[in-house]
Write a protein that binds this ligand. Structure first.
Ligand code: GLN
Length: 541
């Protein structure tokens, strides 16, 4: 296998999942990038699905979509938000994808005569994916995050691939960072290192010695604890890094800087530490985020409201908009289903003090009538409204029913025999039977009408936004909508699809068929979210 000239950092996790490997990887990536290095981050997920596109958000949280239409893990969202650069399919590999590739090579006869095995065939395929981003020549450093925990049966081939890769790459060209947990026992008033020792031992059994331990903790690590970890785990004292709970995920790069994680990494990779990291813009963002001058309450109407990870990118886009507007946002989670049984007049209880309403994306029937009601409520009460994907479709359906008088108007996703299919399938989608990866996915161009609010928000005519849906606005109804004041302000130029709708006589009523939340970053907050929050602040008075 040809070995690229890039430096590689592997991030593994121990003790428990959900320690924030994604945030640590993104924070380290940010620090290295801020020193002038070209960095990318990839995630390996040990599950068997080809991608998380077919998983329920309860299983997996949000499915993050890249420009090239890959349905990926939500950690890629963190990578993009921190590094302010796009990722692609190569940044997210799953066991399903690895096996799929190996099995199709086997069928083609690529391994003719051989027994196909985990080692070397599966591990070779994993290594091929590790090296492939390095081989592009676009990066000085590739960070590879391994999902799950060391010791899990399903992550074994990945740890083995790391062991082999480290050997192939040679000294000074790769590092392993192991993220672990130092629990605090309240009764004993003690921080405990044993789980970390055990987890490092497991890694050692597989032949991988971590170079750096990042220790998640709720309390500062005293020197004696660091010494103990260092002694038991063959890691230098300075490479025992404290990762204390932070107020926001955006504090983590600065906390890691304080612990000198970036310097230790660069020294370990024989790279220069000369350039100090340029983090002015990042610090400005944090300053604004932490010093709000006003506050607004925003209702988020969805069906997975018990699980904020299902709406991760929306929440982060709102965080970016918070900083732009120097305001605090209180999110009122509204379960779409709970709106259903209430009459229009009774909806006020769900939207008390609410200055803006977001109707979230989604699939299937559950909660949709509630979302349609929320869209109508915002329209009639002139409350700033942002409808995202299914949220836009609900805004359109409610307008058709209430303003155009099209009783029973619906999306054919919900009611295939509706007499007014306001939202329906494009012809090319009609014969599709497979569910995985067959939606309208990834970045598509959109042209804005100059007279629209959308144009004044984006301040340009041609934009590109990411999609993940199957159903579309049905253009046969467009003229009726426009006559009555709902304008199609953004159109896909190739297929003439309606991508944005907005109301004329309303302070802010915008529905978008795409997912603007996927493109909001710390250094490039999304204008739709910033202006929606600005309008909500205004509405609050
Ligand atoms: N279910 C709708 C569709 O497939 C909307 C999808 C979404 O909100 N992401 O068109």
């Amino acid at each position: 296998m040809q070995i690229p000239n890039t430096k590689f950092i592997f991030v593994t996790g121990g003790v428990t999942s959900s320690l924030g490997k994604g945030i640590i990887s993104a924070s380290l990536g940010k620090l290295l990038q801020a020193r002038g290095y070209k960095v990318t981050i990839q995630k390996f997920d040990p599950y068997i699905n080809i991608d998380p596109g077919t998983m329920n958000p309860y299983e997996h949280g949000e499915c993050y979509v890249t420009d090239d239409g890959a349905e990926t893990d939500l950690d890629l969202g963190h990578y993009e938000r921190f590094l302010n650069q796009p990722t692609s399919q190569s940044n997210n590999i799953t066991t399903g994808r690895v096996y799929n590739e190996v099995i199709s090579k086997e069928r083609k006869g690529d391994y003719l005569g051989k027994t196909v095995q985990v080692i070397p065939h599966i591990t070779d395929e994993i290594k091929r994916n590790i090296y492939s981003l390095g081989k592009t020549g676009n990066y000085d450093i590739v960070i590879t995050e391994i999902g799950g925990c060391v010791g899990d049966i399903e992550s074994l081939p990945y740890v083995e691939a790391i062991r082999q890769a480290r050997w192939e790459l040679g000294t000074g060209n790769s590092l392993v960072i192991h993220l672990t947990l130092i629990p605090y026992l309240k009764a004993a008033k003690e921080l405990k290192t044993k789980p970390t020792q055990n987890s490092v031992k497991t890694l050692l059994e597989y032949g991988v010695q971590p170079n750096i331990l990042v220790c998640r903790t709720e309390h500062h690590l005293p020197i004696e604890i660091r010494q103990k970890i260092s002694r038991f785990c063959n890691v230098s004292l300075q490479s025992v890094i404290e990762s204390i709970d932070a107020e926001t995920i955006y504090d983590v790069p600065l906390l890691m800087r304080k612990e000198k994680l970036d310097e230790i990494v660069l020294e370990g990779l024989s790279l220069s530490v000369e350039n100090e990291p340029k983090l002015e813009q990042w610090k400005q963002f944090l300053g604004k985020l932490k010093n709000p001058t006003t506050e607004v309450k925003i209702a988020l109407v969805g069906k997975y409201v018990e699980l904020p990870d299902a709406y991760k990118s929306i929440i982060e886009a709102l965080t970016h908009a918070r900083a732009v507007n120097e305001c605090k946002i209180r999110i009122e989670w509204v379960q779409a289903e709970s709106l259903f049984s209430h009459s229009e007049d009774n909806l006020g209880q769900f939207f008390e003090d609410v200055s803006g309403i977001i109707v979230a994306p989604g699939f299937g029937e559950r909660g949709i009538e509630g979302k349609i009601k929320a869209a109508a409520y915002a329209r009639e009460r002139k409350i700033p409204f942002l409808g995202i994907c299914l949220g836009m479709q609900c805004a359109v359906i409610s307008f058709a029913r209430d303003v155009l008088g099209l009783t029973g108007a619906n999306s054919t996703e919900i009611d295939s025999s509706t007499s007014h299919p306001i939202i329906s399938l494009m012809e090319e989608q009609e014969d599709i039977t497979q569910l995985g990866g067959t939606m309208r996915l990834g970045a598509y161009p959109c042209k804005l009408k100059k007279s629209s609010k959308a144009f004044s928000i984006y301040e340009k005519q041609s934009i590109s936004e990411r999609h993940r849906h199957r159903y579309e606005f049905n253009n046969t109804y467009l003229e009726d909508f426009e006559k009555k004041g709902m304008m199609a302000s953004g159109i896909n130029p190739e297929k003439n699809l309606v991508e944005i709708v907005e109301l004329k006589n309303h302070p802010f009523y915008i529905g978008v068929q795409f997912h603007p939340e996927l493109k909001s970053t710390v250094e490039n907050p999304h204008p739709l979210f910033s202006s929606f929050i600005a309008a909500s602040i205004l509405a609050k008075g």
